[in-house]
Design a protein around this ligand. Structure first.
Ligand SMILES: [Zn+2]
Ligand SMILES: [Zn+2]
Length: 271
């Protein structure tokens, strides 16, 4: 089958809606597909048109109005750092536009979401030979970090599963640490600049591994040009974070049944 012979009868978007409908009118529909990168949406022109240039001016305006509406909706719902708008259709040449919310911490940033993700690579700690650290995406790191968080947060601290695995995981940067061949700790930087889910397996505590995780998260945040990062610290850890340049912000509050403090650190003050 050649492209110019691409017929309605063989066309995915003529035969299927293509996903869950968000908005629609008689000209086009806005959908979120079941597959694809996190929160990628599509605006699909309803009739079997191949190129944008085949639309008349009114139709073109209808398509752009739908894209603008979707962009606004995504900014309000997901507060992304950027939105990518792409038209390809090389495989399915039926006019449709991909609208993809992006975060500085998402797995592909700053590349496009169809790029192959970088491999998970370990680097040796500058301080201890046996310790290796990796900064990675949810896609590449989840099977390695999930057992650690399961052990520490769900089993040890009784955090409900639903709370532990949240909507930020797929769009956060994750740090892993291993001693010898054993992965023993993790932590994440979420798109809002919040450090969290920092944990080390019980038998590997009190040897400074949490500090290595923190350092890796801070340098990742600097690399991504965050001006400010923050975290919620338990009471006993406040002085630790103060030594690392974090300052208390506001009053204490209860989170997961224990007293926490919001602490922040400006990154432009430090080299
Ligand atoms: Zn079609
Ligand atoms: Zn496409």
């Amino acid at each position: 089958m050649t492209l110019d012979k691409f017929k309605k009868e063989d066309c995915f978007f003529c035969k299927n809606n293509g996903g869950k409908t968000i908005f629609k009118n008689r000209y086009c529909r806005t959908i979120i597909p079941d597959d694809g990168p996190f929160q990628m949406h599509r605006v699909v022109w309803n009739s079997h048109v191949r190129e944008f240039g085949e639309l008349n001016n009114f139709e073109a305006e209808m398509l752009f109005t739908a894209i603008k509406k979707l962009e606004k909706y995504l900014y309000e719902k997901l507060t992304p750092d950027k939105i990518n708008i792409i038209s390809m259709g090389n495989i399915t040449p039926h006019l449709h536009i991909h609208v993809v919310p992006r975060w500085k911490t998402d797995p592909w940033w700053p590349n496009f979401t169809w790029n192959t993700l970088p491999r998970l690579t370990w680097r040796r700690s500058a301080f201890e030979n046996k310790i290796h650290i990796a900064v990675t995406s949810w896609n590449k790191g989840r099977t390695l970090l999930q057992p650690i968080r399961e052990e520490v947060f769900i089993k040890e601290q009784n955090i409900p599963k639903k709370k532990e695995w949240d909507e930020f995981d797929p769009i956060s940067r994750h740090v892993l640490i291993k001693v010898g061949q054993k992965i023993v700790g993790t932590g994440r930087l979420n798109p809002r600049g919040r450090l969290g889910r920092i944990c080390v397996l019980k038998t590997f505590r009190k040897r400074g591994l949490g500090n290595y995780i923190l350092q890796a998260l801070v340098s990742e945040a600097k690399k991504l040009n965050y001006e400010k990062i923050y975290l919620h610290s338990q009471k006993h850890a406040v002085s630790f974070y103060q030594k690392k340049g974090f300052q208390l912000q506001g009053k204490s509050f209860i989170e997961c049944k224990s007293t926490h403090f919001k602490m922040f650190r400006s990154l432009d003050l430090y080299i």
